[in-house]
Design a protein around this ligand. Structure first.
Ligand SMILES: C[S@@+](CC[C@H](N)C(=O)[O-])C[C@H]1O[C@@H](n2cnc3c(N)ncnc32)[C@H](O)[C@@H]1O
Length: 166
């Protein structure tokens, strides 16, 4: 993909994905997070002039106003335990990804933790993620990856890449 195509990182937190994309020359980046302090921290790190739109919002009530070529979510979707929140997310991601664009999502796998940061989570297999997003996406790839935590633990994550139907 070319570096001027739009990418959004949902719940980017303190992750360095945006740093890497900027280093690769991407010029149309968006980071959304419910935590204002996380956004401020990353904005200070990458520089206030970086070509990034910072959106302070709760994904369970937010709706995109444009379409993205890539929608990335690592470790946010699994915090949505309510069916209505899951349905909202599936709806807004289908609306927010351009036809032919991609949704890259990583959640706790079925054998992963049952909570995170004191909050309950919903665990997903590749099949259940594909099913949940089947209204707007077709699955391209899926895998299970052991995420190594700073505390030395390993958390199984399901990673799925889906393509927005034309
Ligand atoms: C476990 S961290 C993952 C951060 C980053 N994606 C990564 O992989 O390192 C979850 C992030 O999602 C954000 N988050 C949690 N619930 C959210 C929601 N409902 N709307 C938007 N962001 C949310 C948190 O503030 C936090 O930054």
């Amino acid at each position: 993909m070319s570096t001027d195509e739009p990418i959004i990182d949902i719940g980017g937190g303190a992750a360095r994905l945006v740093d890497h994309l900027l280093a690769e020359g991407h010029t149309d980046l968006t980071v959304l997070d419910v935590s204002r302090s996380a956004l401020c921290q990353v904005r200070a790190r990458v520089g206030h002039d970086a070509p990034v739109e910072w959106i302070h919002a709760d994904i369970t009530t937010w709706s995109p106003t444009r379409q993205y070529r890539v929608w990335h979510d690592r470790a946010v979707f699994h915090f949505l335990v309510d069916d209505a929140e899951v349905a909202h997310y599936c709806r807004i991601s289908a609306a927010g990804v351009a036809p032919g664009g991609h949704l890259v999502i990583a959640t706790f796998a079925p054998e992963g933790p049952t909570s995170c940061s004191g909050l309950p989570v919903r665990r997903w297999s590749a099949a259940s993620l594909s099913d949940a997003f089947s209204g707007g996406f077709e699955t391209v790839t899926s895998t299970t990856v052991g995420h190594h935590t700073p505390g030395g633990g390993v958390q199984p994550f399901t990673w799925v890449t889906m393509r927005r139907s034309a």
